[in-house]
Each structure stands twice: as C-alpha cells, then as structure tokens.
Write a protein that binds this ligand. Structure first.
Ligand code: ATP
Ligand code: MG
Length: 577
C-alpha cells in the first residue's frame, strides 16, 4: 500500500504516539492509557487481548441486537479469539502486513471480527457503507487497492460480481451469512476451521491501520489514512468526551461505513472496556427508544439527523419509554440546532451534547464534555491538549480572529489521531496545512468564554449585500417554526445583492405546503434574523439530499439551482424533491 505521508514542512509533526507523548509534550501521559505491545502498538491488542490478559475476558464486549429480534453476546475473550481466527484466515490466503482489507456489510457481529482481525494481522482496514451503489464501491476498492473484501452473497452479486474483473488487486472475497457465490469463500466455515491463537503483529505507532473515506459532502470523497498510534487518542477522547468508563453500557448509532462507526463504534469503546450495544436495524423511533430502556443504555452517541427525526415525532411519542438509565448523550456529524438541544433536554434526563470532528481528525476535537455547561448551538470547547484557533487570511498570512469573529477553524496538527495522508492525493493533503495549522475547511467563531460556534462549511458561506451569512444560523431559525422539520440554506446569485438566501425545508406531520405557509415561514425567519439575512424564498421538499452519513448536501441543491453539473454524488442517499 502506498504511504502518502507528507514529509514537507507543513505536514503533521507527530512522530507517533510515543514521540508525541514525550516529556514536555501536551500529550505526555496519554501513552499510559494503552499497554503497548513489547515496544509496538496495535489497536486490536488494546481493544481486546489486553483486557483478556487482565482478567476481563468474561465481560460482554458486544451485545448485538438482530433485526429479527435475535440477540448475540460476544465477550472480550470471544472477540480476542474470533479476531485471531480472522487474522489466521487472512494469513492462510497469503495476505501480508500492509495489505488492504475492505468490508461491505451492515452491523453484523462478523464486522467486528473482520475489523479487529485485520488490525491484529497488521493489515489496513476500510469499511464501506453497505448501501453504496456498485460504482461508489468499485471506485473505493480501486483507490484503496483492496486485496480482500468481506461482504454478503447478495451484496456481492449486485455490487461486485459485475465488475470484479476490473479489480485486479482483489484476491479474496469472503462472504458472510450463507453460501458463497463462485469465486468467493464462505466466511463462517472458514473461521470455524481457523486457529484461535495468533501472535498479534507488533505494528508501530506510525504503521497504517485504517483508511476511511470522507462523507463526500463537499466533493469527491478522500481516502484518509490513519495509523495504529491513533488508538491513544481514541482511548483518551472516548474517556473524557463521552465518559466511556470500563463496564459502562454504551450505544453508538453510527453506521460502520463512516468514521464515527470505527473510532467511536469500535475502537474507543473497546479500548475503554465498555459493553457496546450494536443494533443491526436502521433508525426506527420505537425500536430505538425501546432499546434504551431494555438494555439500560447509559451513554448514547448519535447524530443530528436522527435527533431531528425524534423531534419530528414529538415528545408524546417518547412518553411511554424509560430513559432513566441514560447518563450522557452526545451528537456529531452536523451542527446540532439549539432547538434540538433544548428539546432533548426536556425528553431525556439530559440534553444531547454536541461535538465536532472530521474523518481527517480521527477523533473528537471540540466537545461539550460531560459536566460542562452547555450553550445550545455551540460545539463546545477544544478537548484538553487540543489547540484550536479561528483564522483569517490577510496580507501577512494567517492571523487569529478575535472573539466573535468568523474565520476558518484550525488545529495544531500534533494530536495522535491526525490523518497521515489522503490516498494518492498528496497535493490535496498538503493544502490542508499552512502556517503550522491544520485547516478544517469549516467556518466558526469563538466567544469570550472559549466556546466554539459552527457557522458553515467554507464552500457554503453566503455573501449578501455586504453580509456574510452562515447557513447554520438561518437553518436553526427556520426549524424553530413549529411546521419546519429540517432546513437547508444556500446562496443564489443576484444582480444587486451579490447572493440571496434561498431555503429548502421539509415539514412536520400536520403541515402541508402552501403559499400561506411559505409566507409565514419567511415572516418567522425575518423576525428572528432580520430582512438582510432571512431567506427570500422557501421551497418545500419531501426530503433533503443527504449523504449516507446523514449530512445535508447543500452543494447539490446549489448545483441544481444554478444548472451546473452535480459533481460526485456517490454518497448521496435520500433525495426526493
Ligand atoms: P467531505 O470532506 O468529503 O466533503 P465531510 O466533510 O462531510 O465530507 P466527514 O469527515 O464525515 O466528511 O464530516 C466532517 C464534517 O462534518 C466537518 O468538517 C463539519 O463540516 C461537519 N460536522 C461534524 N460534526 C459537526 C458538528 N458538531 N457541528 C457542525 N458540523 C459538524
Ligand atoms: Mg470534510
């Protein structure tokens, strides 16, 4: 596998976790969160085997809830054993350290064996969304030079078989949950036969571990490279930003095809030795609410798109359920509207706590930590050790903005889980770093108390009559209207104003599109935001175009509005006008 690590002046200067954690470094001490492996560092050793060695083998690591109501429990000892079996299986088929292993499947127990077994064998793991169409699957397998793919027979037939001959690097396809089509190997019988002892590969902190594709919200997805040393940051951030303590019952609802599904759906929880709930099903309000009470979920990590669906169903729909077990709720992926924070605080024992990070950062950077005062609509503060800034570009280069000023959110790129490259895209990677900063591509402000507020993506900023408008502010105001469920706001060119604000909304049950409602929603926004910032027109839609990870694709609405090409829509999910 190609190592796209940048060695130029602007590249991250993280010399691996042990160097990063050296004396005098802000990360000094974090290495104590992991045990190390005789001078090496391997994520699976930290996530499974060391807990077994420490006497916790019998603790439940994964409590899996099948779509059909079935349940399966996997202890830490079983997880260690099945990942060894998977690692042995890869070796038997001639795979070597550094080879690339992809998964394309839903949330099934085999996924965890695959992820942990791959890392144990020193190979590089990439999860894909099972719902991707054939073309996005093919391009990602190609970019990542996949040698192994783990999938189901049905997905294989629909999405791989038609173009397998175009993927010369793909040597092994393992199929879970049934008979293997021609050219594939059935996973379960092969695992059954494989030995459950495997000497974990002593990877170094800088050895590649994961490649994650970004959500593709702003353009063509990038293959982000992460290393084994990132595990220190997963351990640390899971502990302090989500409150993952050994033995806690934790539920992360993210799809495994998205970085949250790995960093906080596999690694952080297991390294912190929690019991994870894994629900095979997609979002279903009653099912989700039921799981919280029945499984006594304590820590719940979800996303704004789901929270807005809960809100849309109303507080009454939640009244019959027991949420008393919940001690911490967190949200990531998109800005969490103040309305959603306040609503959740009334329905659950406490509100959802927003946190911000990216595929590139590998872990949570800015958060409303447990116990911290929440300012609804704010992403919170940088985690201890993370140095963040709001930057503006002027003639002298990059300078820090003052409190309340909008600029690009930037981070000192020296935390252990910072990306080490974009696969085959050196230039795009290099562009992320300047003046000693990692530039996030997001705009934000910091208030006088040090809280960060999301404004919008750099590409989504609207310039109207001399004002700069972030879509988030306008969208949050729109969804305060009782009829509005979700909103997306873009700027469209205008001869006099430069750009004018245009909004797309979906409605709550009991509301129907009408001219009167359109006027009313605009009037509401004007009252809240003023005439200069409020949308000039509001369009009704059944759904908003979103990525598979649940992010609104404003660029697509804009491209259509302007009659421009749609660009890369490989991650597009819902899209009904
Ligand atoms: P691409 O980089 O391919 O355009 P993407 O940026 O959506 O896709 P991800 O890495 O999955 O891919 O998402 C990270 C982005 O999600 C952040 O840069 C930010 O824009 C948004 N985001 C994540 N969490 C939050 C949050 N709490 N508040 C506001 N925005 C958030
Ligand atoms: Mg991005």
């Amino acid at each position: 596998m190609q190592d796209d690590r940048k060695t130029g002046e602007e590249a991250p200067r993280v010399g691996g976790v042990f160097a990063a954690g050296g004396e005098g470094s802000r990360w000094a001490g974090t290495e104590k969160l992991v045990s190390g492996l005789n001078g090496g560092l391997n994520i699976t050793h930290e996530a499974a085997d060391r807990h077994v060695a420490a006497g916790y083998g019998a603790q439940t690591a994964i409590r899996w809830l099948g779509k059909d109501g079935s349940r399966r429990e996997l202890s830490y000892a079983e997880l260690a054993a099945v990942s060894s079996k998977f690692a042995n299986l890869l070796r038997q088929h001639g795979m070597r350290q550094g080879d690339s292993v992809f998964s394309l499947m839903g949330r099934v127990p085999e996924l965890y064996a695959c992820a942990l077994g791959t890392l144990k064998a020193g190979m590089v793991y990439t999860p894909l969304f099972a719902a991707f169409g054939p073309e996005p699957v093919r391009t990602r397998l190609e970019i990542g030079e996949a040698r192994v793919l783990v999938t189901t027979a049905a997905l294989y037939r629909r999405k791989i078989a038609p173009f397998r001959d175009q993927l010369p690097s793909l040597k092994l396809v393992l199929v879970t949950g049934g008979e293997a089509p021609e050219g594939c190997v059935a996973l379960e019988p092969a695992l059954e036969r494989a030995g459950d002892q495997f000497e974990t590969v002593r990877t170094g902190a800088e050895d590649p571990a994961l490649v994650h594709f970004t959500s593709g919200t702003t353009g063509k997805p990038k293959g982000v490279v992460h290393v084994h040393g990132a595990v220190v940051y997963h351990a640390y951030s899971g502990r302090i930003a989500l409150g993952l303590e050994p033995g806690a019952v934790y539920w992360c609802t993210a799809d495994p095809g998205w970085v949250t599904g790995t960093s906080y759906g596999i690694i952080a929880p297991l390294v912190n030795r929690v019991t994870m709930i894994v629900d095979e099903a997609e979002f279903d309000l009653e099912r989700w609410y039921g799981i919280i009470g029945r499984e006594r979920v304590e820590i719940w990590y979800s996303a704004p798109t789901a929270i807005r669906l809960m809100m849309r169903a109303g507080a009454d729909a939640a009244a019959a359920f027991d949420f008393s077990s919940l001690t911490f709720l967190a949200s990531v992926g998109e800005p969490l509207n103040p309305e959603a924070v306040e609503w959740s605080g009334k329905v659950f024992p406490q509100p959802f706590h927003d946190n911000w990070w990216q595929t590139e950062t590998g872990g949570i950077m800015i958060a409303n930590l447990p116990g911290m005062e929440v300012k609804p609509g704010s992403m919170g503060k940088p985690l201890p050790g993370i140095v963040a800034a709001i930057l503006r570009e002027d003639s002298g280069g990059l300078t820090e903005c003052g409190a309340g000023e909008t600029g690009e959110l930037a981070l000192r790129p020296d935390w252990p889980s910072v990306m080490r490259g974009y696969l085959h895209e050196e230039e795009r990677f290099a562009k992320c770093f300047a003046g000693g900063w990692y530039l996030s591509g997001d705009l934000a402000t910091r208030d006088a108390d040090g809280y960060y507020w999301f404004v919008g993506r750099k590409d989504d900023l609207i310039k109207t009559s001399g004002h700069l408008i972030g879509p988030f502010e306008v969208e949050s105001a729109l969804i305060e209207h009782p009829g509005v469920a979700e909103a997306a706001v873009i700027g469209v060119p205008d001869a006099t104003a430069g750009e004018i604000v245009k909004a797309y909304i979906t409605l709550n049950p009991g509301y129907a599109p009408s001219d009167a409602l359109e006027r009313e929603v605009r009037g509401h926004a004007r009252k809240r935001l003023g005439a200069a910032v409020a949308p000039r027109s509001v369009l009704f839609r059944n759904t908003l175009p979103k990525t598979r990870s649940g992010k609104i694709m404003r660029r697509l609405l804009k491209a259509r509005e302007l009659g421009l090409p749609e660009g890369d829509i490989s991650t597009l999910e819902s899209d009904e006008t």
